[in-house]
Design a protein around this ligand. Sequence first.
Ligand SMILES: NC(=O)c1ccc[n+]([C@@H]2O[C@H](COP(=O)([O-])OP(=O)(O)OC[C@H]3O[C@@H](n4cnc5c(N)ncnc54)[C@H](OP(=O)(O)O)[C@@H]3O)[C@@H](O)[C@H]2O)c1
Length: 285
Amino acid sequence: MQSRRIGDVTVGAIGLGGMPMSIEGRPDEERSIRTIHAALDAGITLIDTADAYHVGADEVGHNESLIARALATYGGDTSSVLVATKGGHLRPGDGSWTVNGSPDYLRQACEASLKRLGVEAIGLYQYHRPDPQVDYADAIGALRDLLDAGKIRMAGISNADPGQIRQAQEILGGRLVSVQNQFSPAFLSSEPELRLCDELGIAFLPWSPLGGISKAAELGGHADRFAAVAERHGVSPQRVCLAWHLDKSPVVVPIPGASRPETIRDSAEASELKLTADDLAELGI
Ligand SMILES: NC(=O)c1ccc[n+]([C@@H]2O[C@H](COP(=O)([O-])OP(=O)(O)OC[C@H]3O[C@@H](n4cnc5c(N)ncnc54)[C@H](OP(=O)(O)O)[C@@H]3O)[C@@H](O)[C@H]2O)c1
């Protein structure tokens, strides 16, 4: 697989998003483990997760624990796998999502993630979503302290605007390595953040790169644009979509979600698909 950089770490150009294996509609654990193992077999070395990927209030960190078990039971070498988790988002168990960006909470959440992942330092820790009740500088200050304490190896942010990216980069003393924002053919409004990451050399991780769990089959309503290009290359429209992401900038590392081995195997192949100028013109986005 083609590779890309996140901070000082080289990762496969396509990552795996863990969310569909832990929220509503998730498969049984056996299928999830097979999915994660299929991703590793395909050369994927970035796995994106979060403590908030769970359903019930009593199973916080479901996805982190699942990933830790999948890595422990994988037959091959996992030393180059970067697990990127997040803190600051919560699921109280009624289906909703809430936020808590207070430094005390983020410190506790990080400790709990460290235990679930069974590591001494988290590879990449991302502030999940800004909390309007907490000064952004305070939340990012907590990430800086976690970096300085060696609890996390690298720091990233998610759902951030350009001002927050610049602010986080300053507070972290130039150590911001990634920004994870929603970005797909159906959701292009993070283009300014993507461009800023490209300018600053920060990895940009598009979330819901295929349009989201319930809309990935028809690429968020944009499948028609991708169908002809996909047919010409003899590949799936989703693979074309991920190749389109990769073509945007060398800092882009898409993290398609998966709950089946077949889908992540297909997505991983996007790394080898080079779209032509005609393809890109036909896509028109
Ligand atoms: N930072 C944030 O606030 C935030 C928010 C949302 C998501 N995320 C992260 O971003 C990741 C990706 O987003 P997402 O999971 O919401 O949406 P997505 O990646 O756009 O879509 C996921 C769905 O796409 C299907 N899929 C994947 N590859 C495919 C292929 N090659 N062909 C056909 N279908 C394919 C999967 O189906 P199967 O289930 O059948 O395999 C999966 O359910 C998440 O898993 C999570 O890690 C972050």
